[in-house]
Ligand binder design. Structure first.
Ligand code: IPD
Ligand code: CA
Ligand code: CA
Ligand code: CA
Length: 279
């Protein structure tokens, strides 16, 4: 049994506070960023707001929990190998905070109001707190291991759809075109005729939160990183959904090709994706 509270500071309260503070700040500054750079590819963007929000969260976490390990996107070299290695470097830590300060930087840069702050706390490799905050709608999704997932005071549960043909699903296009796009296009072609429709909102963490909230029945994306998925993974588990990699192997922090659903359409969506060619 891991302790959820150290002294008087609950892990969840700190995670919520970090997400709210960072989210509020990036929302106020929307449209005012002064630096825009590319990272791994021409599509992989970063602004000073990404770095500033991560610094704010890191500082708050370490004020409360100086001994905890911290993995944030902007503290890691760009690209899939570096992000996998960065996770391996810290994954044995007892307590590990996994943070995406702005999930959906492209949206943020274009002032498309679908981006989020994603904060997870893992204990011995297992996510025990997950918070995804959408500042545009002031929606804070919170999950604690074994205690459910919540939006405001509402306990979340996944959508009821039993079959793909009744389902609204989402995907995303990673900022890694060479590896991911051909597979993604084949997958789109396989999935599109079978579902009610497909969305690609541009924030993986928020898509996962939407599955927990029953607004989407499924989501898949290739080549994501731990910080895109960790917080949302607990939201989905606690809302009664299911997560695996695209081949159906159980979710863990190192999974990059994610399949997340309400549970009921998991096998059908997995088989459809696999029919598009395995990975
Ligand atoms: C991105 C978003 C986007 C997804 C990309 C991610 P970032 O994260 O989650 O939805 O399609 O693969 O890299 O870089 O905006 O934090
Ligand atoms: Ca990024
Ligand atoms: Ca991200
Ligand atoms: Ca990010």
């Amino acid at each position: 049994e891991q302790p959820y509270v150290v002294g008087s500071k609950s892990f969840t309260a700190v995670a919520v506070n970090c997400a709210a503070k960072a989210g509020e700040w990036i929302k106020i500054k929307l449209g005012t960023h002064t630096s825009l750079n590319t990272k791994y590819s021409r599509q992989d963007l970063v602004t000073e707001m990404d770095k500033g929000a991560e610094a704010l969260i890191r500082k708050l976490v370490h004020t409360h929990f100086p001994d905890h390990a911290f993995l944030g996107e902007e503290g890691v070299e760009p690209g899939p190998e570096a992000s996998a290695q960065a996770l391996r470097n810290v994954q044995d830590a007892e307590y590990l905070w996994i943070v995406d300060p702005i999930d959906g930087t492209t949206n943020y840069v274009h002032q498309f109001p679908f981006y989020s702050v994603s904060i997870a706390l893992a204990y011995k490799g297992e996510v025990i707190v997950g918070v995804v905050y959408d500042p545009s709608r002031d929606e804070l999704f919170v999950a604690e291991k074994g205690k459910g997932a919540y939006l405001r005071n509402r306990k979340l549960s996944v959508a009821e759809e039993e079959v793909l043909s009744d389902s609204l699903v989402a995907t995303g296009f990673p900022a890694d075109p060479i590896v991911a796009y051909p597979a993604n296009m084949a997958q789109l072609q396989a999935v599109a005729p079978k579902v009610r429709n497909i969305r690609a909102g541009g924030s993986a963490a928020l898509h996962l939160a939407y599955i927990a909230a029953g607004r989407l029945s499924g989501f898949w994306e290739m080549n994501l990183s731990s910080w895109d998925l960790a917080a949302g993974s607990l939201l989905i588990q606690e809302a009664g959904g299911r997560l695996s990699d695209i081949n159906g192997e159980p979710y863990h922090l190192g999974v990059r090709n994610i399949l997340a659903t309400n549970g009921k359409i998991h096998e059908e969506l997995k088989d459809t994706l696999l029919s598009a060619g395995g990975v």
